[in-house]
Design a protein around this ligand. Structure first.
Ligand SMILES: Nc1ncnc2c1ncn2[C@@H]1O[C@H](COP(=O)(O)OP(=O)(O)O)[C@@H](O)[C@H]1O
Ligand SMILES: [Mg+2]
Length: 1102
């Protein structure tokens, strides 16, 4: 055995191994120490981690998980495809792949042997194998058809051969061996199914809680109504049928019989069953159910013997209709028995019990033979070359392959495992015999293989001590002396034969009794564990007690000839084929072969078949009896480990050297442990291994060098290697990590540096480019502006030039026009009228002016004359008059001297003040204003006096009347007005009574009448004016007031000092007096003025 053979697909360094990350040990060969406890514990540990598969060398031990696991998928298949067995965790895919490739590439036929007890997962395992094979082989229309048919054979086989048992809801009740045939490319071409020992007793009896074969329930649940009523005349309720109702169980959780029926029917069609054949099968099934309901009663026959009658004969009628036979024939066959040959036939009546037995036997026979026929039909369909049958022509398209050359075979054996029950009967005996044979070939093949390998590898073969079960096989099957031949002999022997006589015979035969593996009560008298009806065999898997009851009967498996003849007589499509011995012409006296004989020969054939092939094993283990996930019943598993002989397996596998591996692979895995082989060994792998192992210093007997493989005796050494490898890998990983990190960081740094340079270059480029772009744009802008400016300037110049040219043109035109007009105007008649008119006007005007010149009035301003004129010059004439007058006045004024100007100025002021305001004004106009009426200017006294008061410039001086403030009496007094003040003086002494500066005068009031009264109002309470206002009366009132007005204006710039009113108020010594002026009779010349003061009233009459 090699942990790995053939080149690894993965790279050297990354080579995977099932030693990586394993739970417990993936290969029990590596268990250390190897004990049953350790073995079970390892399985348990792995089971808990959902690792349901464990290797023993190349054998897969599978523990049923009873739950879906993510282990089966197309991805998983691809994962395992082409990988070496030990590269991935143990799996059925791995050994299937290994087997498939060995078959395809090495041209060696293979078989996969699946064993284990009921419910351990054998059938599931066989399906997994099929699934894998179907997935990995080629594609194409033919190939797909074959694959489909191979896969579709399963539902049919399960429907007819499986049933619910207390251990397994889908328990296979027959052994199955399927040969799948492949062409040289590894594509499937067909297959052959061989069936072993169907548990046909289930057709008529089932234990409580179990069911009959699935197909019965499927038919009742799924058949269409037409079929049920018209063809089969069945009811849907299984409880209506005795064969389906006795166990009390008709339904299985999670299984839908109706759906399953459809699947089965579809599969039958795919497999080439014709519609008539399918209908015939349903009819047979219906007949079996109806026969089961037939009840026999006891009746007395004519000769007084006990006979058989039917409770309801119409049930028989139904069956006859289905099987197409005569009712009488049927009744006869079920109730009578004919013994003897032609002529000397004797017919006897059966008892009801015998009749029931016969009926059950018939039903079992029909079902069993129909099952075998169905498998034959399937074989015809999936077989690579088949016998001609025109009905199934459509399935005969298969390619024919020259025998021997390209054809390769892979067999899958799904067979019941060892059975050790409380009570073990004939079936267990047969089954366990089969398992003994399988164990035998297992040992034989394994040892042979081991030995062969040792020889090939040139390693010395040391004999191994192991349990060889050939002695037990001999005890059972040896011709003439074995238990089976003894049973056959007993069955054939005439005379009184019973199970007990058979046991006795064994107990008296020396070769059996004396056999070390045989025990019985008569051999070990004190052993109470064996009862008197049993014997015990010491199987390789444990001791089993067999009760002999039923051995003879079951081995005989006889069907009364009446029944087989009846079946042959039926017109039903299949029955003639199923019961050929019923043919009256078939007159052989030979007994049909016994069950034991048939089984023995078929097993022998199977063994012969298997021996020609490379075996691959799947050993299934059931973890508990409750079909429960996650429940590992240690005792139950230990029991199975024991009777599956798994410890035996391991021991044989470990016989010489526990571990072996190709030098190359081994060196690759461990080369890091020796400086000479690390990191690369240049020479031959074997030399490398020598170097490696010598370096590690293991004992010489621990290993051996084969031709291509290294052999390691002890798992301990392998684990030590693994341990060292693990440590070393740790160190190497760190080293690699270190180097890698260094490399990574360096590379990163380099990259970054390059990137920085690149970025900088790019950036600089970008900067320069954008600067250049900017500059370029600026240049373009500037030049365009400059050019624009130049162009505009040029344009302006040109435009100006053009304008000038245009103007020149215009001017020239105008000029020419003007010159031409000028030259020609005088020639125009129309121009004559205005000229004449202008001339005439000039003439008239000059004539008028010349005439006026002669008529001008005198230069006296008083001359109001002005010559007349024609109306034509009226407005000019009046304007000229005005201009002339102004000019004449101007001329007049120029002639006047300064004193006269003063006199006239005063007159003008008087006119301004009094014209049309005072009645006495007109009379004053022609009078000359003399000013100094009293010749004061030449008075020396006054001159001296005036120097002191700055009153030298005398404007007016005259004697006036002054009204006494207190009594109104009028007195004469001298009033002097200088340029600065006015003075009231004594006319004779020139004594100054009052001197009032002009600035103190607020206003001067006179009446509008022709009187000479005037009142000088002074500032109230002033230094000079304490006594109040002055009231004077003078004939020269116009001159006085005019001069007062001009003097005050000159001194104070005050205008409008003169007020004209006949009622006003005045201030006398601080009290306000209301004064009224009225005139006396105007005809009186110079009337004397009178003043009356009455309190606050002053009436002045003048
Ligand atoms: N690999 C598996 N994964 C999940 N369930 C399984 C597996 N193998 C078997 N089983 C369960 O166990 C039941 C019995 O398996 P089966 O193959 O019919 O047993 P056997 O053929 O050995 O009697 C199946 O119906 C299924 O529920
Ligand atoms: Mg099964």
């Amino acid at each position: 055995m090699a942990l790995s053979n053939g080149p690894s697909r993965a790279g050297d360094g990354a080579m995977m191994s099932l030693l990586d990350n394993m739970v417990g040990v993936s290969d029990c060969v590596l268990l250390e120490p190897l004990t049953e406890d350790g073995f079970v514990e390892n399985l348990q540990k792995r089971f808990k981690a959902n690792e349901i598969y464990t290797y023993i060398g190349k054998v897969v031990v599978s523990v049923n998980p009873y739950k879906p696991l993510p282990l089966f998928s197309q991805n998983k298949i691809s994962e395992y495809r082409g990988m070496n067995l030990y590269e991935l965790p143990p799996h059925i895919y791995a050994i299937t792949d290994d087997a498939y490739r060995a078959m395809r590439d090495k041209n060696r036929d293979q078989c996969v042997i699946i064993s284990g007890e009921s419910g351990a997962g054998k059938t599931e395992a066989s399906k997994i194998v099929m699934q894998y094979v179907a997935a990995v082989c080629g594609k194409g229309k033919d190939v797909d058809t074959v694959k489909e048919q191979l896969l579709q054979s399963n539902p049919v086989l399960e429907a007819f051969g499986n049933a619910k048992t207390n251990r397994n809801d889908n328990s296979s009740r027959f052994g199955k061996y399927m040969d799948i045939e492949f062409d040289f490319k590894g594509d499937p071409m067909g297959g052959v199914i061989t069936n072993y020992l169907l548990e046909k007793s289930r057709v008529v009896t089932q234990a409580a809680g179990e069911r009959n074969f699935h197909i019965f329930y499927q038919l009742l649940a799924g058949a269409p109504d037409v079929l049920m009523k018209d063809e089969l005349d069945l009811t849907r309720n299984p409880a209506d049928y005795y064969y389906l109702s006795q166990s009390g169980t008709q339904k299985i959780d999670k299984i839908n019989d109706k759906e399953q029926f459809a699947i089965t029917q579809k599969a039958m069609q795919v497999l080439g069953f014709t519609d008539e054949e399918i209908l015939s099968i349903y009819k047979l099934l219906g007949s079996i159910l109806k026969l089961g309901n037939v009840k026999f009663t006891s009746v007395n026959t004519m000769n007084g013997m006990e006979g058989v009658g039917f409770q309801k004969e119409n049930e028989i009628l139904d069956v006859c209709e289905q099987l197409e036979c005569l009712k009488e024939d049927m009744i006869h066959a079920l109730t009578k028995r004919t013994i003897g040959q032609k002529g000397e036939k004797v017919t006897t009546s059966l008892t009801p019990a015998q009749a029931a037995y016969a009926r059950d036997a018939l039903c079992k026979a029909i079902y069993d033979r129909m099952f075998t026929w169905a498998i034959k039909t399937i074989n015809n369909s999936i077989r690579e070359e088949s016998k001609d049958n025109p009905k199934r022509r459509k399935t005969y398209r298969k390619k024919k392959v020259r025998d021997g050359t390209g054809r390769k075979v892979m067999g899958v054996l799904d067979i019941y495992g060892f059975e050790i029950f409380e009570g073990n009967g004939f079936e267990q005996f047969i089954i366990n015999y089969c398992n003994e044979k399988l164990q035998q070939i297992f040992i034989e093949l394994t040892l042979k293989e081991e030995q062969e390998e040792y020889v090939v590898e040139g390693i010395e073969w040391t004999n191994i001590d192991f349990f060889n079960n050939i002695a037990i096989c001999d005890l059972i099957e040896k011709s003439n002396l074995g238990i089976l031949s003894m049973l056959d002999e007993e069955c054939l022997r005439p005379g009184d034969v019973s199970d007990q006589t058979f046991l006795n015979k064994m107990n008296t035969t020396k070769s059996i009794l004396g056999h070390p593996h045989y025990e019985s009560r008569s051999k070990c008298k004190s052993d109470k564990s064996i009862d008197h009806e049993s014997f015990r065999l010491k199987h390789y898997a444990g001791n089993v007690n067999y009760c002999v009851t039923g051995f003879i009967d079951k081995n005989n498996d006889l069907l009364f000839r009446d029944l087989s003849q009846l079946m042959y007589k039926c017109d039903h499509l299949l029955l003639k084929t199923l019961f050929p011995e019923g043919n009256p012409k078939h007159n052989s006296q030979k007994r049909p072969p016994t069950t034991a004989f048939q089984f023995k020969s078929s097993i022998a054939e199977l063994m012969k078949n298997l021996l020609t092939k490379d075996p691959n094993y799947i050993r299934c283990i059931k973890p508990n009896d409750d079909k429960a996930p996650n429940d590992f019943n240690e005792a139950l598993v230990r029991h199975q480990v024991r009777y599956l002989g798994l410890m035996e397996n391991v021991r044989v596998r470990r016989a010489g050297y526990a571990f072996r591996q190709l030098y190359e692979l081994c060196l690759t895995r461990y080369k890091m442990l020796c400086p000479k082989t690390w990191p690369n060994w240049k020479g031959a792998a074997k030399d490398g291994m020598v170097q490696l192992l010598t370096h590690l210093g293991y004992k010489k007997e621990e290993y051996a060098y084969g031709r291509t493989k290294i052999f390691i005796r002890n798992p301990r050494t392998l684990f030590d290697l693994e341990q060292r490898r693990h440590l070393r890998m740790h160190y190497l990983a760190t080293l690699i990590q270190k180097i890698y990190k260094g490399w990574r960081d360096r590379t990163k740094y380099q990259k970054m540096r390059q990137s920085v340079t690149l970025i900088a270059a790019q950036y600089k480029g970008y900067k320069a480019k954008s600067k250049y772009q900017k500059m370029r744009l600026s240049c373009i802008l500037i030049t365009s502006l400059w050019r624009g400016y130049l162009a505009r300037k040029e344009y302006k110049r040109l435009r100006y030039e053009a304008k000038c040219m245009w103007a020149v043109g215009i001017i020239k035109k105008f000029f020419i026009g003007w010159r031409v007009r000028k030259e020609y105007r005088k020639l125009f008649r129309s121009n004559a009228a205005p000229k004449i008119i202008a001339f005439m006007r000039r003439y008239v005007i000059s004539k008028y002016l010349l005439k006026l010149k002669t008529q001008l009035p005198t230069m006296s301003p008083l001359d109001r004359n002005w010559p007349p004129c024609s109306p034509m010059h009226k407005s000019t004439h009046s304007k000229l008059k005005d201009i002339f007058r102004r000019w004449r006045a101007t001329m007049y004024r120029i002639q006047i001297d300064e004193p006269r100007r003063e006199v006239l100025g005063t007159k003008v002021t008087a006119s301004d003040l009094f014209k049309e305001k005072k009645s006495s004004y007109p009379a004053s106009v022609p009078v000359q204003f003399r000013g100094d009426y009293v010749r004061l200017r030449i008075n020396t006294k006054y001159s001296k006096l005036a120097v002191q008061t700055n009153d030298q410039k005398i404007i007016f001086a005259d004697v006036v009347d002054k009204v006494n403030r207190n009594n109104g009496k009028i007195t004469h007094t001298l009033l002097v007005l200088s340029s600065k003040s006015f003075l009231v003086m004594d006319q004779k002494s020139l004594l100054t009574k009052y001197r009032i500066p002009l600035t103190e005068i607020t206003s001067i009031t006179c009446s509008p009448y022709s009187d000479g009264v005037f009142v000088v109002h002074v500032t109230k309470g002033g230094e000079f004016t304490k006594k109040g206002d002055f009231v004077f009366i003078s004939l020269n009132v116009i001159e006085i007031l005019t001069r007062f007005s001009r003097a005050v204006q000159m001194e104070t710039n005050k205008e409008n000092v003169i007020k004209i009113a006949d009622r006003f108020s005045l201030d006398f010594n601080g009290s306000s007096i209301q004064a009224t002026i009225c005139t006396k009779n105007i005809h009186e010349i110079n009337p004397a003025p009178q003043c009356k003061r009455k309190g606050k009233r002053l009436d002045i009459m003048a």
